[in-house]
Design a protein around this ligand. Structure first.
Ligand code: NDP
Length: 251
């Protein structure tokens, strides 16, 4: 097993759900964690909790739809600890709707966050990952996609397409960055109990969600965090390229 206590980790979407749980898990296993999201108050509380438990954390308020904001956070991480060697690229939003509704603002928001936002984070941190790998560190870029990248769900077309982008992007980046000893992984979770579904407004999607909650035992964010920890702890030459993590009773 590859110990995490030398790692410098960056987690986006760290103020709730999967990112929050992953920040706690990586910190509890010894990694220094920079926690990124927009809600500064929650990040400060999370960093304080991690520090109180004996870990090391840095709260960095960031909007991943703004390249300057992401670049500033990347510069702070490197100045504080040196180059990041683990980036969990996880911030995202899910706004289902019928295509006839023509809610172009919601489509754009999902694409700007899930697609371009993920790219902004990659562009800001790949130079650091490259430096860390050249210095001999174990290095990970772990992108959060979704089972929606593979399965078909009515009303989730734009979200699902945005996540298919992340999965395909990850495979291509792996081909490019693997030879530089940067592992690229994509995690594709099924239904997970987080704030994500709290943004739904479309009735068809709310009905789907009510049915899903009756029949599926949703994953907890900690279950996905365990997967991220497992990926990072693999020996340096082992890259788990793609992990689908599903509730047992979700088809
Ligand atoms: P949450 O809604 O709980 O977390 C989303 C995180 O993204 C929050 O920390 C939020 O923080 C952050 N975020 C949103 N907008 C921005 C922004 N503009 N800039 C920076 N950060 C932002 O959802 P999950 O934990 O469920 O989602 C994490 C990832 O997992 C997402 O990519 C999601 O698509 C994916 N996923 C989730 C599944 C589920 O069922 N929950 C299933 C499959 C994949 P803040 O508001 O403070 O900025």
């Amino acid at each position: 097993m590859n110990q995490l206590n030398t790692r410098i980790a960056v987690i986006t979407g760290a103020s709730s759900g999967i990112g929050y749980a992953t920040a706690k898990l990586l910190a509890s296993r010894g990694a220094k964690v920079a926690v990124l999201a927009r809600r500064a108050d929650i990040l400060e509380k999370l960093a304080a909790e991690i520090t109180a438990a004996g870990g090391t954390a840095l709260a960095l308020p960031v909007d991943v739809t703004d390249q300057a904001s992401v670049d500033a956070a990347a510069a702070t991480v490197e100045q504080t600890w040196g180059p990041a060697d683990l980036v969990f690229n996880n911030a995202g939003v899910m706004l289902p709707g019928a295509i006839e509704e023509r809610d172009i603002a919601q489509w754009q928001h999902q694409i700007d966050l899930n697609v371009t936002g993920a790219m902004r984070v990659i562009s800001a941190f790949v130079p650091q990952l490259t430096k860390a790998a050249a210095a001999g560190a174990t290095v990970d870029l772990i992108n959060t996609s979704s089972i929606a990248a593979q399965n078909i769900y009515p009303y989730f077309a734009v979200y699902s397409a945005s996540k298919a982008y992340v999965s395909h992007l990850s495979r291509h980046l792996r081909a490019e960055l693997g030879p530089k000893n940067i592992r690229v992984s994509v995690v594709e979770p099924g239904c997970t109990d987080t704030e994500l579904q709290g943004h739904f407004t479309f009735p068809g999607a709310l009905n789907w969600l009510a049915g899903a909650r009756e029949t599926i035992t949703f994953l907890q964010p900690e279950n996905v965090a365990e997967v991220v920890g497992f990926l990072a702890e693999q020996p340096k030459h082992v890259n788990l390229q793609q992990v689908v993590v599903m509730p047992t009773n979700q088809a």
